[in-house]
Design a binder for this molecule. Structure first.
Ligand SMILES: Cc1cc2nc3c(=O)[nH]c(=O)nc-3n(C[C@H](O)[C@H](O)[C@H](O)COP(=O)(O)OP(=O)(O)OC[C@H]3O[C@@H](n4cnc5c(N)ncnc54)[C@H](O)[C@@H]3O)c2cc1C
Ligand SMILES: *[C@@H]1O[C@H](CO)[C@@H](O)[C@H](O)[C@H]1NC(C)=O
Ligand SMILES: *[C@@H]1O[C@H](CO)[C@@H](O)[C@H](O)[C@H]1NC(C)=O
Ligand SMILES: *[C@@H]1O[C@H](CO)[C@@H](O)[C@H](O)[C@H]1NC(C)=O
Ligand SMILES: *[C@@H]1O[C@H](CO)[C@@H](O)[C@H](O)[C@H]1NC(C)=O
Ligand SMILES: *[C@@H]1O[C@H](CO)[C@@H](O)[C@H](O)[C@H]1NC(C)=O
Ligand SMILES: *[C@@H]1O[C@H](CO)[C@@H](O)[C@H](O)[C@H]1NC(C)=O
Length: 608
């Protein structure tokens, strides 16, 4: 057993003030070894699952990245930096951060300006929970009912999965004194959390409210998106709310699967996974009975095999899990044969059915400050740093803000074609079509404080993308075709949402703070064709891609795993991450990813 120590721990403690005990990772040493369970990918789902299994079994985690506290400074720790990490940019020439990011570029998207999209995915212990925007909420009752129906397993209804949501998270009520914004009312239902279960993930409300967001929230409320009485973790997504976020309120640091689940397992002393850092899985190995026996791993040039006495669990994320299945001989036979990969099982759904939510922004000048305003100069940063260090408050302590959901109101539906209207009507009645997010950044213009942003995200995408491979080697990245806007319904729905956003900007509730004409896209964009063109040229990922190894029924030709996350056609192999969610759950997925990890861990521990 090798433990981290020395300089590394000292540096970390100085940076973020954590105890040495929490950094006592049990690090794996390159070379053949054997464990009960081998988890590929120490990301959001992978570490949650590994932490639960390690309480009663030996577990190895194979993670390609290293530690974000080292590789990303305080960018993955201080909440505000989560909003401004440079490598999250989506343009093809984004600033690279190869220690943290997989450097994935999509294929050119013909229906989205032929752009290649940089799709950030974290390569680090903690996975994308270490780079996400920390918004926490759950899907709707109807969406989980749809999940249950699609996979033929009623244990996915909201009532049945609520215990797993509860088990995963601890909720801290809002600190109204630190928030210091009586006009940013927080409403929520405490009964959908249970702190006695000591869920490792920390969920709270930011200790600081962005004035820009408080004003834009008012505009959304004024056009009909009233404050939700129960918030967004009780199975309803309608209206607006100051969002829960995965921030540990005691020191206002990001709560990742690493800082929560893994560190809790370490602290518990009941057992912890052995973590192989900077170690890439290249292939899952099978015996003649098609049982997964282990994983071929490479650590800085050392190649070896980590064997699984019980099971292999693939948690490499929405793009790399289907890639690894294909490289291991599980996937569409035509693809495998094209690269001379011996076929273990012909599973045509691997890499198909990619769902992706996209958004656009409409920007106008406003005369109230935003978080960036308070961090614009070294002197202001010093003040904010003092607030942050001494009180876990101030602009550095905050990331998420105000979010709203709705099905488009009737007056915006009249322009939808019958086909689009019909397709949208197939979604459950409580599944919102659009999410609105507010934000702002310093304008850099002398007489203009803030450029305010209202974005609209499509939660009912009908376009589907796919993931495939271009060689039989792990050293080539997966080929990602996002399929954006290839179904005309998506463009129609977003054009309607665009008009709704303009109505919001025009609301009398903010007339006193809105300054000057629309900045993006600008007053010349008026016809539906112009609006659609703007959306094609500027649509961005909100990084919620899912469903490339979709869970489903055995007789469903597109399904890759069953409702216990077991891969069809082989033994001893499950996939547990956002690739198996059968569709993009409306809104932000991380709560459902943790729920799924808890649920499958329970199945495994109960011998199912
Ligand atoms: C920028 C961004 C912002 C987001 N904002 C939010 C938000 O505000 N709220 C929300 O709910 N969701 C948000 N999401 C989405 C959410 O974070 C993800 O859906 C979720 O983290 C996915 O978890 P996962 O376990 O499927 O994959 P990941 O957490 O990405 O884990 C996959 C892990 O596998 C590792 N890996 C991959 N291939 C290999 C290999 N061959 N060998 C070894 N290791 C490998 C990776 O390095 C990674 O650690 C955001 C995502 C991003 C990227
Ligand atoms: C490691 O295991 C693999 C597969 O079982 C085997 O081929 C190889 O010889 C082993 N290496 C060592 C150093 O034992
Ligand atoms: C983050 O780290 C940078 C570089 O070390 C430092 O300048 C900055 O003050 C830190 N920010 C916070 C909020 O701790
Ligand atoms: C809410 O209160 C904060 C703090 O006093 C203030 O900065 C902000 O402008 C207010 N917002 C609205 C909409 O009144
Ligand atoms: C992916 O989808 C595109 C259409 O959007 C199609 O042309 C391509 O053949 C698909 N690739 C795979 C591997 O399914
Ligand atoms: C904005 O409001 C004005 C007057 O209140 C109205 O004439 C105009 O049509 C509105 N525009 C939009 C896009 O809602
Ligand atoms: C800022 O000042 C310029 C020059 O006086 C003016 O043209 C512009 O409209 C002003 N912008 C706003 C948002 O007030």
């Amino acid at each position: 057993m090798v433990r981290y120590g020395g300089n590394f721990v000292v540096v970390l403690c100085a940076l973020i003030g954590r105890s040495v005990a929490q950094e006592q990772l049990q690090a794996g040493k390159p070379g053949n070894a054997s464990y009960d369970y081998v988890v590929i990918g120490g990301g959001t789902a992978g570490l949650a699952l590994a932490a639960r299994l390690s309480a009663s079994a030996s577990v190895a985690v194979i993670e390609a990245g290293r530690l974000y506290e080292e590789d990303n400074g305080n960018q993955s720790v201080v909440p505000y930096y989560g909003l401004v990490m440079p490598f999250l940019a989506t343009a093809e020439n984004y600033p690279r951060q190869p220690l943290m990011d997989w450097d994935l570029l999509s294929t050119p998207q013909p229906a989205a300006g032929n752009r290649r999209i940089h799709y950030a995915q974290a390569k680090t212990l903690g996975g994308s929970s270490a780079i996400n925007t920390m918004t926490y909420h759950r899907g709707t009752v109807g969406s989980y009912q749809r999940w249950a129906d699609l996979v033929g397993d009623l244990s996915y209804t909201f009532d049945k999965i609520l215990p797993y949501f509860k088990r995963s998270a601890t909720l801290t009520p809002p600190n109204l004194q630190k928030r210091n914004a009586p006009n940013a009312t927080v409403l929520y239902d405490p009964s959908v959390f249970d702190n006695q279960l000591k869920g490792p993930l920390q969920v709270s409300w930011a200790n600081w409210v962005d004035p820009t967001q408080s004003w834009l929230a008012r505009a959304l409320q004024a056009v009909g998106l009233a404050l939700s009485p129960s918030g967004f973790s009780s199975g309803k997504l309608n209206g607006g709310a100051w969002t829960q976020t995965t921030i540990d309120p005691k020191d206002a640091t990001r709560s990742t699967s690493k800082s929560s689940y893994l560190e809790s397992a370490i602290d518990s002393r009941r057992g912890q996974p052995t973590v192989y850092l900077h170690s890439q899985a290249s292939k899952i190995l099978f015996d003649k009975d098609k049982k997964a026996t282990g994983v071929a791993v490479s650590t800085e040039g050392n190649e070896y095999v980590i064997s699984a006495k019980k099971e292999v669990i693939l948690s490499a994320g929405v793009f790399h899990s289907p890639q690894l299945l294909m490289l291991s001989g599980i996937g569409p036979a035509s693809t495998l044969s094209a690269y001379s990969i011996p076929i273990i099982f012909d599973l045509p759904g691997v890499g198909q059915n990619l769902w992706d939510q996209i958004f656009f922004n409409v920007m106008r000048g406003i005369s109230v400050p935003n978080a960036g305003t308070y961090l614009a100069t070294p002197a202001q940063q010093a003040v904010a740093l003092q607030q942050y260090r001494s009180n876990a408050a101030g602009p550095y302590s905050s990331a998420g803000g105000y979010i709203s959901f709705e099905k488009l109101p009737a007056k915006y539906r009249t322009s939808l074609s019958p086909r689009t209207a019909n397709m949208l009507s197939q979604f459950p009645s409580d599944w919102p079509e659009i999410e609105y997010i507010t934000s702002g950044f310093p304008s850099g213009i002398a007489n203009l404080t803030t450029i305010g942003v209202i974005s609209a995200t499509l939660l009912t995408p009908l376009s589907r993308g796919n993931v495939t491979i271009l060689s039989s080697s792990i050293s080539d990245p997966p080929v990602i075709n996002l399929g954006w806007l290839t179904d005309p319904a998506d463009g129609e729905t977003l054009v309607a949402a665009f008009k709704r956003v303009r109505e919001t900007w025009n609301s009398s509730a903010i007339v006193d703070i809105v300054a000057g004409p629309e900045i993006v896209p600008g007053a010349t964009v008026t016809s539906d064709a112009d609006i659609l063109n703007f959306i094609r040229q500027s649509a961005q990922p909100i990084w919620h891609a899912s469903s490339t190894c979709a869970m489903g029924k055995k007789d469903d030709s597109g399904a890759v795993v069953d409702s216990k996350a077991k891969v069809f056609g082989v033994k001893g192999l499950r996939v547990v991450d956002n690739s198996v969610t059968p569709f993009s759950v409306p809104g932000h997925p991380q709560s459902s990813v943790y729920m799924l990890a808890e649920k499958v861990a329970d199945d495994i521990l109960n011998g199912n």
